[in-house]
Design a protein around this ligand. Structure first.
Ligand SMILES: NC(=O)c1ccc[n+]([C@@H]2O[C@H](COP(=O)([O-])OP(=O)(O)OC[C@H]3O[C@@H](n4cnc5c(N)ncnc54)[C@H](OP(=O)(O)O)[C@@H]3O)[C@@H](O)[C@H]2O)c1
Length: 326
């Protein structure tokens, strides 16, 4: 029980125009809820900050429901022993069937929001269902040091592909090569991204795991091989745009017989369970590398969201809501 007896939550105050700022949100306090019939009360320990949250702030609906003004921000949270989408708040009451129990001790609690959670399962689904890399093929992933990209590249590496990451800055690129074991990494801020990518992918690109869109996408698409597979996971470079930039010319898709497919991880909840069971031992053995970027305090969640949309995070971004956990 919280010593104040109060629940704190972050609610949407107004819809951001462009980059979200902390002024777009407000902190509310109200009594900690009590459990109704069939419900449990959860206390949040970690809150996951994800790029998709920007889409929920728009008036128009994306593939998920928009947040209304005054409503608590959506978000995945991990408490004592469960994971669930309980939002940007310290406590919530919910029916137990909306929570997933996690095996205590198999991995650090925070991992269930990142490498063993929704981002890890996203990487698994995109690589194994769409990209399907074969030994010797070249697999490229953007936002390579991030929650999804870092796992996608490691799965492709296990399949025997040559894995090339794209990330922002030399520090991230060094980590992608030295710690994740990717064969190469290209800095998307470099003056000639196309040339650097060509040097890193001398045999062209067979698989592309798309996380960012924009200039990165343009550079990669120009180097796709015949029968390449592109998993359209996200386009974070556009999430703050008020109007969408003009699209690419996709004529090459015909001649090169390229497969481009979008996907949403929640379409296949079974893949999440499958991934968690498969990856837990890899974490325990140190065969799946991950990095977390933890920010303290629920009140800092809005600023954290601004940061993930501009590459300020380095690894899976989390907010520690309560330091007090087993
Ligand atoms: N389809 C699904 O079901 C699903 C599920 C989860 C996530 N996603 C998508 O997967 C992608 C990655 O998500 P994540 O949670 O793993 O986030 P993340 O990679 O941990 O963080 C986002 C990263 O995007 C990069 N970035 C931001 N703006 C950029 C720009 N203009 N150009 C190039 N890179 C930029 C930054 O890395 P750098 O510093 O390296 O640029 C930033 O750190 C997002 O597009 C997200 O929406 C999709």
């Amino acid at each position: 029980m919280d010593s104040t007896g109060l629940r704190r939550s972050v609610v949407l105050k107004r819809r951001p125009r462009g980059e979200p700022t902390p002024d777009d949100f407000a902190i509310h306090e109200d009594p900690i809820p009590t459990a109704g019939p069939g419900e449990v009360v959860t206390r949040t320990i970690f809150l996951s900050i994800d790029p998709y949250m920007r889409g929920r702030l728009r008036e128009e609906q994306t593939y998920a429901v928009a947040i209304q003004i005054g409503e608590v921000m959506t978000g995945e949270t991990a408490g004592d022993i469960v994971v669930g989408a309980r939002g940007w708040q310290t406590h919530s009451a919910t029916s137990g069937d909306r929570l997933v129990k996690i095996s205590k001790g198999a991995a650090p609690l925070s991992a269930y929001l990142g490498v063993l959670g929704m981002p890890g399962a996203t990487a698994y689904a995109g690589v194994t269902e769409i990209c399907k890399p074969k030994a010797g093929e070249t697999f490229v992933v953007s936002a390579a040091s991030g929650a999804v990209g870092s796992v996608a590249g490691q799965i492709a590496k296990r399949a025997g592909a040559r894995v090339v990451g794209i990330a922002g800055g030399s520090e991230k690129c060094l980590w992608v090569q030295d710690s994740l074991g990717f064969d190469d990494c290209v800095d998307h801020r470099s003056l000639d991204l196309g040339r650097e990518l060509r040097a890193a992918c001398p045999n062209g690109i067979d698989c592309y795991f798309e996380n960012v869109g924009g200039a990165v996408q343009e550079a990669v698409f120009g180097q796709l091989n015949a029968f390449a597979r592109v998993a359209m996971c996200g386009m974070v470079s556009q999430y703050n745009e008020q109007t969408m930039p003009p699209g690419p010319n996709l004529g090459f898709v015909v001649g090169k017989r390229v497969l481009i497919q979008g996907f949403i991880v929640s379409d296949r909840p079974d893949r999440m369970t499958e991934w968690r069971a498969m990856a837990e031992p890899w974490i325990a053995d140190g065969n799946l590398v991950y990095r977390e970027d933890v920010i303290d305090g629920l009140e800092n969640a809005p600023d954290a969201l601004t940061g993930i949309l501009s590459g300020r995070n380095f690894g899976k971004l989390l907010v520690r809501v309560s330091g007090d956990h087993p």
